[in-house]
Design a protein around this ligand. Structure first.
Ligand code: GDP
Length: 212
């Protein structure tokens, strides 16, 4: 079932993440940041990468991430708790809008930089990458930010149902090669599809592993 995790780890992660998820709040700027009082993981990715779909798939809820995708919330850090609230799940605002005004991009970058630098409880950022496109310039910029902030991160390929096996293997190995240069990158690249529900067990186990 998984090359990296045992059946017990997979089952424990399933159980934990099947508990109720609750939206805590959206953080528009750092003065509203929730206290760093428990472990936290985050999902990041270009807009349209499939982040909301993947969060919904992981949470096994139809509309959870819609909270983050409603107008006004897309530029915020959206905080969720799971179960007893032992950790935070953070949905980071999507980046790389082709037509975003410069001021908006700058505001986003400032918020993210400040968040990444000042969050000792942030255990791992899952950087979502569309399997059809691989790593784009904006993704590399985020990886550099994460390296600078010394925040651990892991690449998660999305929408792998759109690729044939050979193409998927190629993009996976390209990404693995690219991240080998990045000190903060977790060497294992995950491959997922929300639509076909592929790779979810390993992703869940990685999340639980990161907060353990
Ligand atoms: P977000 O902007 O990153 O939150 O992306 P969304 O989750 O809203 O998804 C963007 C688009 O990609 C939507 O049209 C989704 O239906 C589609 N999409 C998301 N996940 C998958 C997937 O696993 N497979 C396929 N084929 N399409 C997907």
């Amino acid at each position: 079932m998984s090359d990296i995790y045992s059946e017990d780890q997979i089952a424990a992660a399933e159980r934990l993440l099947a508990k109720p998820w609750e939206f805590v709040r959206g953080i528009p700027s750092l003065e509203f940041l929730t206290p760093a009082d428990r472990p936290e993981i985050a999902f990041a990715g270009r807009s349209n990468v499939g982040k909301s779909s993947l969060i919904n798939a992981v949470a096994n809820r139809r509309n959870l991430a819609r909270t983050s995708n409603t107008p006004g919330r897309t530029q915020e850090l959206n905080f969720f708790t799971v179960g007893a609230g032992d950790f935070y799940f953070v949905d980071m605002p999507g980046y790389g809008f082709a037509k975003a005004p410069k001021a908006k991009v700058e505001a986003w970058t400032d918020l993210i930089k400040a968040y990444l630098r000042g969050r000792p409880t942030l255990r791992r950022v899952f950087v979502l990458v569309d399997a059809r496109h691989g790593l784009k310039d904006v993704d590399h910029q985020i990886l550099s930010l994460l390296d600078e902030a010394a925040v651990a991160y892991q690449i998660v390929l999305t929408k792998i149902d759109k690729l044939k096996q050979g193409a998927l293997e190629r993009v996976k190995s390209d990404v693995e090669q690219a991240i080998a240069q990045h000190p903060a990158a977790f060497p294992v690249v995950l491959a997922t599809s929300s639509e076909k529900r592929l790779g979810l067990a390993e992703l869940k186990a990685s999340i639980v592993d990161a907060i353990a």
